[in-house]
Design a protein around this ligand. Structure first.
Ligand code: 4AD
Ligand code: MG
Length: 477
């Protein structure tokens, strides 16, 4: 047998006339003659032509949807439309049978919900293989972007004792017996007798540790899993998601916004330049799906068009106060169409963010200087004493993809904020010492990796851009 070649490589530089071997999963078998074979190396299938007279009927019967086969034959120019080359099969073997009567998937369009329950097979579909190739592309581009700009990749811990966001939405990490944990005299659990001799949880953000890195290495970023036990069953929330958190010494909020905008544009460009076939497939997929819905509900632009549009233009930049004014003068506000109130001091809700991005500016918007009471303790207090140097990047169809801020570097101001918010100094003594010894102004942000993938792939639900979604009530696979 000749050595196996990957289909992507073979199609890029077809060795016409040579005998080659390919292996992969059958996407379709038409007229007992044409096999569409895919090995995952790219969006493209390789056409295999079988002359049924040369093969055992029982063998060809096993060439069914998503069975795994290996084929050896000559690579020739294709006479048919739709592909330039094809393999004329001389040998064909079945590596893994798939009995169509028992197999969960069918060769037809299936709902995303159904496929989620079959996560062990869904990557074999065109849609999910494209999504997960793009997920890889984006992860690679993240590292390339920062490496090319001399940032250091810092591995922050997954198990921590702190609640970086102060939101209390943490998964406890413990080895204490749940039915009978050791108790203190007052009846509360004695975490001193736990594995780490303190209460610990899965991290909600690597930021606080990244700040340690920034104040020594200058420019760092983290890229790892984060965990939030928030009970939000939405198309934008996961209990386990990945976050990219750059943190930079000597940056202020303006530098932070510039980095955020440049970074997300780079990621989009990287996929536009290198994963065109996958994007074209996903673009067409959305257009096909939208044929079934009302014209008004369809996207104004196609997927690729949206991506190209976002990288071409500057993002809008406004303050929170300006956002509130714009919202209060908006049509939906005046007609009472917003579900949540718009009042200075309240957090912007998804419906407000979407109006700003999709109706008002029709492009990504960066909102900054939020009221201090709705933001985390570590954000730098502005001179007005009411707002903090925070910024959120809002994307069409998604809402918040990035949340970031300039950090409070002034020890006295930080201490006062922590006291206001009931955050015990003992827990974050090291964070305070960073302000005491060789501190510096610094800033950073967190990009929600899955929300970014959602934007680039156009997938409607965040569960469909992560291989094995973790959401309330669901941790299969
Ligand atoms: O805005 P967040 O909570 O910011 C932080 O965690 C900061 N420590 C970041 C920093 O300044 N270094 O989260 C950052 C981003 C959000 O904008 C959102 O895109 C994403 O993380 N995110 C989630 N993605 C999926 N599921 C969830 N439950 C998410 N929560 C936040
Ligand atoms: Mg946020």
């Amino acid at each position: 047998m000749t050595k196996r070649v990957e289909i992507a490589q073979l199609l890029a530089q077809p060795p016409i006339g040579e005998t080659i071997t390919v292996s992969g999963w059958v996407r379709a078998f038409r007229a007992n003659q044409f096999i569409a074979l895919n090995d995952g190396s790219s969006m493209n299938n390789l056409q295999v032509v079988v002359d049924y007279e040369n093969f055992d009927e029982a063998l060809l019967k096993k060439v069914s949807f998503h069975s795994c086969i290996s084929v050896t034959g000559k690579l020739v120019e294709s006479k048919g439309a739709g592909q330039s080359v094809e393999v004329a099969a001389e040998q064909l073997s079945i590596l893994g049978e798939t009995n169509p009567d028992e197999y969960a998937l069918q060769p037809k369009r299936q709902t995303m919900e159904f496929l989620r329950e079959k996560a062990h097979f869904r990557m074999r579909t065109n849609t999910f293989s494209a999504v997960f190739r793009i997920r890889h592309a984006l992860a690679f581009a993240v590292h390339k972007y920062y490496n090319d700009r001399n940032f250091y990749y810092l591995h922050t811990p997954i198990i921590t004792g702190s609640d970086a966001e102060g939101a209390g939405e943490m998964f406890r990490v413990t080895t204490l017996p749940p039915e009978n944990p050791p108790k203190k005299e007052d009846g509360s659990v004695d975490w001193k007798s736990d594995f780490f001799e303190k209460a610990t949880n899965l991290t909600v953000s690597g930021q606080l540790q990244a700040e340690i890195g920034a104040l020594a290495l200058g420019k760092v970023y983290t890229f790892g899993p984060t965990f939030r036990a928030e009970n939000s069953n939405t198309s934008r929330h996961l209990a386990e998601f990945w976050m990219i958190e750059p943190e930079v010494a000597f940056y202020d909020i303006q530098d932070d916004m510039d980095l955020a905008e440049d970074f997300v544009k780079y990621l989009i460009n990287y996929v536009l330049d290198n994963y065109r076939a996958d994007l074209e497939f996903l673009d067409k997929r959305i257009k096909d799906l939208e044929k079934n819905i009302k014209k008004e509900e369809r996207r104004e632009m196609g997927l690729i068009e949206t991506l190209e549009f976002v990288v071409a233009d500057d993002f809008a930049r406004i303050t929170y106060t300006e956002a509130v004014n714009l919202l209060q003068n908006s049509k939906p506000y005046k007609k009472g169409r917003f579900q949540y109130p718009v009042e200075w001091g309240n957090d912007l809700q998804a419906e407000h963010e979407r109006w700003l991005v999709e109706k008002k500016f029709k492009k990504p918007v960066i909102v900054r200087d939020y009221p201090k009471d709705i933001k985390a303790f570590y954000m730098r207090l502005n001179d007005d004493g009411k707002t903090v140097a925070a910024m959120d990047v809002l994307f069409p169809g998604i809402g918040e993809v990035i949340g970031g801020s300039q950090r409070e570097e002034r020890l006295d101001v930080l201490k006062a904020r922590m006291e206001e918010m009931d955050i015990p100094e003992e827990e974050l003594w090291w964070y305070l010492e960073l302000r005491k010894f060789g501190g510096a102004p610094h800033a950073g942000f967190g990009l929600g990796f899955e929300r970014m993938i959602q934007f680039v792939t156009g997938m409607g639900n965040i569960r469909d851009v992560v291989p094995f979604p973790r959401t309330p009530g669901s941790a299969e696979f």
